[in-house]
Design a protein around this ligand. Structure first.
Ligand code: TYM
Length: 332
């Protein structure tokens, strides 16, 4: 079976270090290993939260620019816009008839996002994982590189695919999650027990791909740490969430094992480690930010890349939707 990779990111706010180290770096690696890669801007998912209609198209281009600036090559990978490919929504409805309410109710992302007001949450937020299943299955993707927070959604995707296959005949391969990025769960800089997230109120909780050197230095300096020196071994990181997070970020940015980072900074104080981390983050992110700005100066070029990807994605997805319709017995 040949590998087909599919993944996506929502155009909500800026991409941050968690998106980059948890997913994007892995996307680039898979692309460079020669896999067939489909990477989309998940704008239909983005509208499950309050969104600004005036900003959506620009944010969509910005995410595409971030993909390219980070190393996704539109000549090798297909980059496209979810809402430009009708097959996602169409397959979603077919799958919605077999996705079980009980399983959707157990999704932690829904619980987190809906909060205490679940009764008022939109149906789209609740059905978010079914659309995600459709995104993956409409391309019969075999591997899905994501951060750890998406694991439960991928389990649901496999579940829905298996039920479809059982009810209507073998149609979808069961997609494998690839949660193997250098930092599959980057935590908030303010609280080492909370995930780094676009929706955190405090901008100091995350490093955005668009932050300049000053902002990065300030955020790293203010990052929560603990009163101890840096540990001499991995075992000593037990119970030190903030230290573990900062060392993981450093290692992922430096493309090295955490053991090597621990050896480098063993016994040093955070006041010595933090400037090194800030310098490394700036060195790695500044070229991406610069390239993103250049790309955003020519939106027509970004649109051209996306149009090409959209067309390819439409071709693939139409075939699967036709097959699913036929298996389900629709007229024609
Ligand atoms: P989004 O935009 O919220 O996140 C994009 C990717 O970034 C990863 N990620 C993280 N990784 C490590 N540490 C973090 N703190 C962190 N925060 C985010 C996410 O795991 C994700 O891989 N629902 C998806 C978008 C999507 C999708 C799909 C993905 C829509 N359809 C189909 C795969 C396949 C999401 O959460 O995007």
């Amino acid at each position: 079976m040949t590998k087909r990779i599919l993944s996506g990111m929502q155009p909500t706010n800026n991409l941050h270090l968690g998106n980059y180290l948890g997913a994007l770096k892995n996307w680039i690696k898979l692309q460079n290993e020669g896999a067939e890669c489909l990477y989309m801007v998940a704008d239909l998912h983005a509208i499950t939260a309050n969104h600004d209609p005036k900003a959506l198209a620009k944010s969509t281009r910005e995410i595409a620019a971030a993909f390219i600036a980070s190393g996704i090559d539109p000549a090798k990978s297909k980059i496209f816009v979810q809402s430009a490919v009708p097959g996602h929504s169409e397959l979603m409805w077919l799958l919605a008839t077999i996705a079980q309410l009980g399983k959707l109710e157990r999704m932690t992302q829904f619980k987190d996002k809906a909060g205490k007001n679940a009764e008022r949450a939109g149906l789209g937020l609740f059905a978010y994982p079914v659309l995600m299943a459709a995104d993956i299955l409409v391309y019969k993707a075999t591997h899905v590189p994501v951060g750890e927070d998406q694991k439960q959604h991928l389990e649901l995707t496999r579940d829905v695919a298996a039920t479809f296959n059982k009810n209507f005949g073998e149609t979808f391969p069961l997609p494998e999650p690839f949660i193997t990025g250098p930092a599959p769960r980057v935590m908030s800089l303010r609280d080492g027990t909370k995930k780094m997230s676009k929706s955190d109120e405090s901008d100091y909780s995350r490093i955005n791909l668009t932050d300049d050197a000053d902002a990065i230095a300030k955020k790293v300096k203010k990052a929560t740490s603990d009163p101890h020196d840096l540990p001499g071994s991995k075992a000593e990181l037990e119970g030190r969430a903030e230290a573990a997070n900062l060392l993981t970020i450093y290692s992922a940015l430096a493309d090295q094992d955490i053991e090597k980072t621990i050896n480098e900074f063993a016994g040093k104080q955070f006041s010595a480690f933090k400037p090194a981390l800030a310098d490394l983050a700036v060195a790695k992110l500044a070229p991406i930010t610069k390239r993103m700005t250049e790309l955003m100066a020519d939106p027509a070029q970004i649109d051209a890349y996306l149009e090409r990807g959209n067309e390819h994605a439409r071709g693939l997805s139409e075939k699967t939707v036709a097959e699913a319709r036929e298996k389900m017995g629709f007229w024609k």
